[in-house]
Design a protein around this ligand. Structure first.
Ligand code: PMP
Length: 366
């Protein structure tokens, strides 16, 4: 056998396209409105910020290793068993850990056509094979997922609402998906945008987790809690799954300041309520105003929406993006998701939202 002249990654590693975050700057613009990463325009709870500062006082000490304070706070809010909760450095880390625990070479991970890009990266990184199920009208199609299940399927990833589409399937459909899966297939309910969903059946996902051995729900502090910079996620699942993932996680995977800030954020539900109300006001407003300009918007239940520039309209998403950036409006191009003619917009402050609509109107007239 030939000896390589330098270390060579495992087969498949170099075939992975690295995750590319949205752009954050708008060179030359007087003021930047970052509407590209589904971050909240309201910032974090002042109580969380204060807890963060206190939590960062003793930098020489390792954090408590199981995120106990944070798990307790989450468990109290939702009436869960803290032993069934595991925290991570963003839900991204939890998605990777779950994938590493259940998928290896020869196994398949299944997600939808415009599913969150991290699923594919995590599956490939674990040596597994990504399998994609078609969507209908940019919405999860349960029948297509069930039809794509094979004897090799180990995990089904379902973001509900999905990013970048913002679309949602009702809980009955989630239940139908679960009922159609073999018991050894893990169903990951990625609920990154859970708090924004104004549907009274939403928390039912937690019941599905509580009453089954093959369902886990991942959540994040990056969105409505406004703590994206700290990278905090959590998941709740059956005891056997938490035990398995706990064995492969890194020690001290959530930092001390993050644990403190997360717990304080959970305790400030009044702040969350304000963020919900802000979104309830501005998501429909943005949808309606964009449609008035003759563009199509995919109905969203998250804190973001997709707007489409039809090929025959003479205006492209790329041109719109360039024009918007020149006015300080940073949106997300979603070509990597197979949506080259769309832009994803995060709901911003009132000022940002009004500036966006006025600027889009200006662009449509050019
Ligand atoms: N899932 C979905 C659907 C997302 O949109 C995101 C954030 N882009 C994540 C998971 C990961 O979030 P985080 O790692 O910040 O918790």
């Amino acid at each position: 056998t030939l000896e390589a002249t330098r270390p060579v990654p495992r087969p498949g590693v170099m075939a992975i396209d690295a995750y590319v975050p949205g752009k954050s700057g708008a060179p030359g613009a007087a003021k930047v409105y970052k509407l590209s990463s589904n971050e909240t325009p309201l910032g974090a709870s002042p109580k969380a910020i204060e807890a963060y500062r206190k939590g960062a006082e003793k930098l020489e000490l390792y954090p408590e290793g199981t995120s106990a304070e944070l798990r307790e706070a989450i468990a109290n809010l939702y009436g869960l068993d803290p032993d069934r909760i595991l925290c991570g450095s963003g839900s991204d880390e939890l998605l990777s850990l779950l994938t590493n625990a259940y998928i290896g070479p020869g196994d398949e991970g299944l997600f939808t056509e415009h599913g969150f890009l991290v699923y594919k990266i995590a599956i490939l990184a674990a040596g597994g094979t990504p399998v994609v199920a078609k969507e209908k009208n940019l919405t999860t199609d349960v029948d297509a997922i069930l039809a794509a299940v094979t004897p090799k399927t180990k995990i089904v990833y379902l973001a509900n609402p999905n990013n970048p589409t913002g679309t949602y399937i009702p809980f009955d459909e989630v239940k139908r998906l679960h009922a159609g899966l073999p018991k050894h297939v893990l169903l990951i309910l990625d609920a990154a945008y859970a708090e924004y969903v104004r549907r009274n059946d939403y928390e039912s996902g937690l019941e599905l987790v509580a009453s089954n051995e093959n369902v886990v729900m991942t959540r994040t502090f990056s969105k409505i809690y406004g703590l994206a910079a700290l990278r905090i996620g959590w998941m709740v699942g059956p005891a056997h799954l938490i035990d398995a993932v706990n064995r492969i996680r890194g020690p001290f995977n959530v930092n001390a300041a993050a644990i403190a800030a997360g717990a304080a954020a959970i305790a400030d539900q009044a702040f969350v309520q304000k963020a919900i109300e802000h979104n309830e006001t501005w998501l429909p407003w943005l949808t309606a105003e964009i449609e008035k300009l003759g563009l199509t918007v995919t109905p969203s239940v998250g804190n973001f929406l997709l707007l489409h520039f039809p090929r025959d309209a003479g205006k492209t998403a790329a041109e719109a993006d360039a024009f918007l950036v020149s006015k300080g409006l940073v949106l997300r191009r979603v070509g990597a998701y197979g949506l080259p003619d769309a832009l994803r917009l995060t709901v911003g402050t009132e000022e940002a939202n009004r500036h966006f609509v006025a600027t889009l109107a200006e662009f449509m007239k050019t």
